[in-house]
Design a protein around this ligand. Sequence first.
Ligand SMILES: *Cc1c(COP(=O)(O)O)cnc(C)c1O
Length: 710
Amino acid sequence: MTPPDLSTLPERLSRLHELALDLSWTWNTGRDVFRRLDYLLWRQSAHNPVLMLRQLEQASLDRAANDPDFLAAYDRAIQTMDTHRAQNGHARTYWQATVGATEGVVAYFSAEFALHQSLPIYAGGLGVLAGDHCKEASDLGIPFVGVGFMYPQGYFRQRVSPDGWQQEVYEQLNWADAPIVKAQTLDRKPCVVAVPLGARTVLVQVWEVRLGRVRLLLLDTDLEQNQPWDRELSARLYGGGQDTRLQQEIVLGLGGVLALRALGLTPAVWHLNEGHAAFVILQRLRDLLAEGLPWEPALVEVRRTTVFTTHTPVPAGHDAFPFHLVEQHLAGCWGSMGDERDHFLALGTYDNGAGPQFNMTALAMRSAGAINAVSQLHGDVTREMFAPLWPDMPPGDRPVGAITNGVHVPTWVAVDLGRLFDRQLGAQWRDRYDEPAFWTAIFDIPDEELWTVRRALRESLFQFVRERARARFAGEDAGAARVVAGGAMLDPHALTIGFARRFTGYKRPDLIFRDADRLARLVNDARRPVQFVFAGKAHPADEAGKHHLQNIYHQALDPKFGGRVAFVDDYDLHVAHLLVQGCDVWLNNPRKPLEASGTSGMKAAMNGVPHLSIGDGWWAEGYTGDNGWLIDGGVTGTDLDAVDTADAGALYRLLESDVIPRFYERTTKGVPTRWLAMVKQSIATVTPRFSTRRMLKDYIERAYAPAFRR
Ligand SMILES: *Cc1c(COP(=O)(O)O)cnc(C)c1O
């Protein structure tokens, strides 16, 4: 990688690169600096300041260095960055005030992290959760380091063929354009660790991302010294088959532990986010055995310090590998373990229905002292699902707790809405948003002001959708019908319902089309039109998911819906922001109880976009009766067709009887009073309870602090 050319920066702006490389700018005032610097480049670079600074003309920099308004924004951003990095600033952090421990860190392992669209190392919800977790850890001052992968080809960019079939495009990331630097060891050398894989050794380079007080370490096998096939091991997230997957997970688990050590970090807590990272346990056991501990005390020590979060009730979502593959790829590890090898294999042995395999979730559950699911309902489901791990134990005693997910409020609440809160609630809302009582003040905000912001956010969404449709028309010669399907004819004043998430069977993306004629009547109502915006990727190997996507695309192409059904391609963090902020209603209709939590609905609800959802995941505990809608078809059981029909019927009834009339009922000034009452309830009830701040305080209290205090 070519280092950023610092020589061209004017003296007065000498810390601009530093600002660009610390992703805390994404949720603080830094955005303002880069927008002002060169608005066109800002947009063209997809809000990537590292790329932008590489392309910026010297003249723009010189102009900025002499512009008092720019300099004021710059100084503000630098000051905020410094405050957000200080370990001992003038105000004590939450961690210092409550736990206070300064020895050791929380090491948080995840296969994906979604921090910003310029770092495409995420696929979806799991990554967003991990990214938000890191950001909040910085805000709360938790001694914390993330460990993941630097996938140079990321997940994939999505395009859709004229017939609606998903095309996966892999682009090689230019590393100089990404907000990463090489991690350095204490003696200032690039950090490279050696991981035993099969009979060979694979070298792993460690990169680093800065997020305020927190660092994220990213492992990368693309080193010249490695064999070509090993260089490709970390190329793609969730790419390749089981064989690649297993090797990646070995690199993550073993390499991650070795990287922390090489960097002089000593974790007090090892938090494994999903089973992908569970080989951390193997490396830690190897280390403890090498220190001379017998097996049992070594395992006790690992349990005392390991936290595990499980994320899905879908059986196929839990990685399990045939033993011969595990034997093969861990061959280099057994030497030091002697007879303990069989003990280790027993920790992962589990029959998930396909015969005994080496199951990463079972390994983590048998080796972690604190285990949690990601919503209360998911806790119940998990205690049932993994019952064989605790034979003869009643469900209530099985050691799986629940810490409901949350989202990072400063990341997801729209800038315009945040400014409205600043004016109406005072800037203190930024420190107090996880206090439920604080939000009663929202009911004093004048409806007109809130409505003005809601309309502006919808307008921004449509500007973006139109620009994307224009880009596909111009760049790919997409025909007229495809431009319509891309959302070119959406009406910026009509009730807009959003649905964006991974396309996969249990999420039932096309449930709303079950009775297409009934839907068409709603959509085409001349006075009270309704429109839908869909976005989302199907996993490359999920054929069924791709068929759901294709079905939606065909509906979007169908003149029957008058251009009021749109599919926006290439869903990513940027598109997600615009959708959760700009729609009016957020639709979520999974097949219960398969949605462990879901988080996009939380993002929407805190932006005043009420949730219209099945009572699954977080909504089972988030719905209060007047902060959104509960879809309940009243049918359960194994006749899925009957369940789907009933749920679709309940969905249409809600739209017809409440959602649509409420939205279009206006005062003489055009303000939807009853609608805004629900918008306010949505913001006031969801923001505090489903923020990452509340979530991390739960993790601190139940999982982190106990391990630190011992
Ligand atoms: C929030 C988010 C998700 C998760 O959405 P769910 O509703 O939880 O499935 C997926 N992808 C992106 C880009 C997101 O921002």
